[in-house]
Design a protein around this ligand. Structure first.
Ligand code: PMP
Length: 494
């Protein structure tokens, strides 16, 4: 090891646990002057400054966490200590390495298990579907894809041994230190294959579903020192989870400000642009377009089975998820493509505080699933099974045709119409086939959700999306047998 490296390593590893007030001036740490060796001195000054910045961040974090009950934040010093040969650092443990045995714990909330009450044999209940079963299409549980993955069998299986994935860390050279490199690589490959998003010069951040990344984005895009919370808007009808995700913690950083079409405050804002949109499938652009605005492009449904891929999205902050892409909602993996490194760092900080990273097991599974999808397009053996996006598109086409056919004569219900567009992925002119049907009651019924509920069909009312209760959102991505029952029941509802 060179003298410089030796000096840097031993000095940093030994002073890493000093509290901030004891950060020494550079002259006290390095016994060398600028005149003696100018290049070395410059390197030392640079590293020293970096070190002080890290210590300041750490000290700030400590001050806050000492004042409060423990929040479950991972102390940043673990980044710099690395416990020897851990993971992919390639560094070796030396006798004076910092041994980091600090650990903190967090607690998570619960998920309403309402989907368990219906949908036949769903969720391992062992129940059978009968003609009068409750149909739960309130949630967009994408179980439609199960049959594809059953056919894929071993090609999509991974085995994780007891000794694998044990560390908190995945890749300490990446600013997103909890991101598995295999997953990052597969995500890039998938976007390249589909052509739906630019990944060049972007930071990829993995999250526990894109739900966590939505919150990370709000945290990252809201200034921490503003006198007023940042306004968060989205155009009606918006994804019904945006208001509660924004307001459930009553944050002082941001607040839900409603419909983007009617937002006219002269204040900074964050706009969620969801395209194709949940709930109505429309293709969207930002609507506020004022200075001081920051956009989060939620592209959860920008995949070829739902919509033509007209161009590679190139926005500052884009969100995707395996739940809607491959159907693996239970794996809870989403990702953000972020241009600005400072925004990326704050999002990573949020995930660190929130869940100390993201399940490695899930990441490895998601990587395998995405790999299997891509492999089908790269000449891999599909065992005679249709390739994934063709399969998804065929099912969505059949379902939308059947639903439209069932309602063709209806004077009570209507569905939105969609334009045709050229799909760069398939080279065909195609229409949008949304994952949700935005059903409108054209009759006298004022509350369509209640009406359908009386027919044992659970849906999400338009009122949760900022729209009229004459609308409901209906999942189009559940299992075949349940979708069939739904179409049958809806066609006899008057
Ligand atoms: N954004 C949109 C528009 C969605 O529809 C959903 C899921 N319903 C999410 C984000 C959250 O997805 P995930 O399962 O990845 O948390």
């Amino acid at each position: 090891m060179s003298f410089q490296k030796c000096l840097l390593n031993s000095t940093y590893l030994n002073i890493v646990s000093l509290p901030l007030p004891f950060i020494y001036p550079i002259s006290a740490i390095f016994p060398i002057s600028s005149a003696q060796n100018p290049p070395l001195y410059q390197t030392l000054v640079f590293h020293h400054q970096l070190y002080i910045l890290e210590r300041e961040a750490l000290f700030e974090g400590r001050k806050k966490s000492e004042n409060k009950a423990k929040m479950g934040s991972l102390e940043p010093e673990t980044h710099i200590s690395f416990n020897g040969s851990c993971n992919v650092t390639g560094k070796n443990l030396s006798t004076d390495s910092v041994i980091n045995l600090d650990e903190t714990k967090g607690k998570m909330g619960s998920f309403e298990p309402e989907t368990r009450i219906s949908n036949g044999r769903c969720n391992g209940t062992g129940m059978k579907l009968s003609t009068d079963s409750v149909i739960n299409f309130d949630r967009g549980d994408p179980t439609m894809y199960e049959s594809f993955w059953q056919e894929m069998g071993q090609r999509s299986t991974i085995v994780i041994s007891g000794s694998q994935s044990m560390s908190y860390f995945s890749d300490v050279r990446n600013i997103c230190w909890f991101m598995e490199p295999e997953l990052a690589q597969e995500i890039k490959k998938l976007h390249q294959l589909v052509g739906n998003a630019e990944t060049k010069d972007r930071h990829i951040i993995v999250g526990t579903g894109s739900s966590q990344l939505i919150q990370a984005a709000l945290y990252a895009l809201s200034p921490s020192d503003a006198s007023e919370p940042m306004n968060v808007v989205s155009a009606v009808p918006y994804y019904s989870s945006y208001p509660p995700l924004t307001d459930y913690l009553r944050s002082k950083l941001y607040r839900w400000a409603g419909d983007a079409y009617t937002f006219n405050e002269d204040a900074p804002y964050i706009e969620f642009v969801t395209s194709p949109n949940n709930p109505d499938g429309s293709i969207r652009k930002a609507v506020v377009n004022k200075s001081g605005g920051k956009m989060v492009h939620d592209l959860a449904y920008y995949w070829p089975q739902y919509t033509p891929i007209s161009s590679a999205a190139d926005h500052d902050l884009m969100l995707f998820a395996v739940s809607k892409c491959t159907g693996h909602a239970g794996t809870r993996i989403g990702w953000a493509l972020v241009k600005d490194v400072e925004v990326a760092k704050k999002m990573i900080k949020f995930i660190e505080l929130n869940t100390i990273g993201v399940s490695k097991d899930s990441q490895l599974r998601a990587a395998k699933i995405i790999h299997t999808v891509c492999d089908g397009y790269e000449g891999g053996d599909t065992g005679g099974v249709e390739r994934f996006f063709e399969y998804g598109h065929r099912l969505m086409t059949e379902r939308w045709e059947r639903l439209r056919e069932a309602l063709r004569e209806s004077t009570l219900f209507s569905l939105p119409e969609f334009q045709l567009d050229f799909c760069n992925f398939t080279g065909e002119i195609r229409t949008t086939l949304p994952a949700f049907a935005w059903l409108k009651c054209e009759g006298d019924i004022e509350d369509l959700e209640m009406f359908l509920k009386s027919n044992k069909i659970l849906t999400r009312s338009g009122k949760h999306c900022g729209a009229d209760p004459k609308y409901v959102r209906v999942s189009m991505v559940d299992r075949d047998e349940i979708f069939n029952l739904f179409v049958k029941r809806l066609s006899v509802c008057h």
